[in-house]
Design a protein around this ligand. Sequence first.
Ligand SMILES: *Cc1c(COP(=O)(O)O)cnc(C)c1O
Length: 454
Amino acid sequence: MEKKMILGKRIEQWKNDYPLLNQLIETEEVFWTNPKHEKFDEAIRNISLTEKDVKDAEERLERFAPYIAKVFPETQEENGIIESKTVKIPQMKEYLEKEFDQKIVGDLLLKCDSHLAISGSIKARGGIYEVLKHAEDLAIEEGMLTTKDDYSILDSDSFRKFFSNYSVAVGSTGNLGLSIGIMSAKLGFKVFVHMSADAKKWKKDLLRSKGVTVVEYESDYSKAVEEGRKQSDLDPNSYFVDDENSKNLFLGYAVAASRLKKQLEELNVVVDEEHPLFVYLPCGVGGGPGGVAFGLKLVYKDHVHCFFAEPTHSPCMLIGCMTNTHDQVCVQDFGIDNVTAADGLAVGRASGFVGKTLEYLLSGDYTVDDDKLYILLKALADTEKIYLEPSALAGVAGVVDLFKTKLGEKYLEDKKLKDKMKNATHIAWATGGSMVPEEEMNKYYEKGANLSKK
Ligand SMILES: *Cc1c(COP(=O)(O)O)cnc(C)c1O
């Protein structure tokens, strides 16, 4: 280990340049703030994606809404718009304050992407959006569809037959595979989902029941993606959903921001100069939290502060951003194993595209121990009757860390936020959980109960 070179530097040199690596390598919990974080107007200059791109994605989802409402009846109430609730969780806040002996200033809310229709995770935003965009592109090119049509016509044998000439492929730790798989199969595509070793059996079973071909790997996410891409590239009619680089996925996620804005207005939550918003987003490869954060920055600019959350064993985005090497390094290079109960976040190499896009927009990134995820899972179930998968609890931990760590404290001081915190809103982004089978969820809960006793 000591002798190994990482991008031409020895590990000791890396630790010297970035002392936080010492704790990261020991898989200790850390809280990092981004020294490059800048004012929005400055930061946005370096980014090629714009508000117009997000708006375009939003409009595309509106075009598809009549189709979605028709083929997924659970979305009828929302007229085919796939959106989750935002709820206050005051009892959980009280629990956190007691449990961690830390006053939390401001309101605590939960964004329940855990309960998004169709696939029960944040991937129902980006994943489904990307499949819809691809389907639209193909159908328009074929002359079967125009953007003026009522898209419920896609629910027909002629469209399904057309799409069956094409396939969609993706590599996933589980939830992206679910979203891409369910949506693509519904449209009529042939689908290949390449699953990493972390992927749960129930997700593979569910996909197979929908006619999806599931290919299993004994290695981690990066391998599943690599193999999936290789196989897809052999077939000119196959479309590979590139989780690491896809702008479409990113834009699908970004649409969340304008929807959240409406919800906060309905809840009478003010976000402005005097009322800062803090958002804590569980991060795997980065597309989900990155897209949401990008959308939020466009909407709220300097009034929103976005923090990513990663497992202590998979801090790929933190290391990539801190060392400015992005996807050139993986956690394994530093001897970190990428083994975590947070299967949705079990990613060793972050998206370079996302890291670079958010280079000046991201406020920070922190890591969470697996045991704490289970303890928080049980606590949220007890206090608010909301059941999440372990990954999704990573967001909840951040609100404590912001106040409890030196760097969190310093962030609030540097940004002159201290006096404003009494007006602050904190949103933990709950990224998945509603589709976890009851039996599995009971096991998670039991584990949390046992760990809470210690
Ligand atoms: C995928 C996933 C995330 C993170 O999304 P990325 O795009 O991989 O960063 C967070 N939570 C859950 C439950 C997920 O499935």
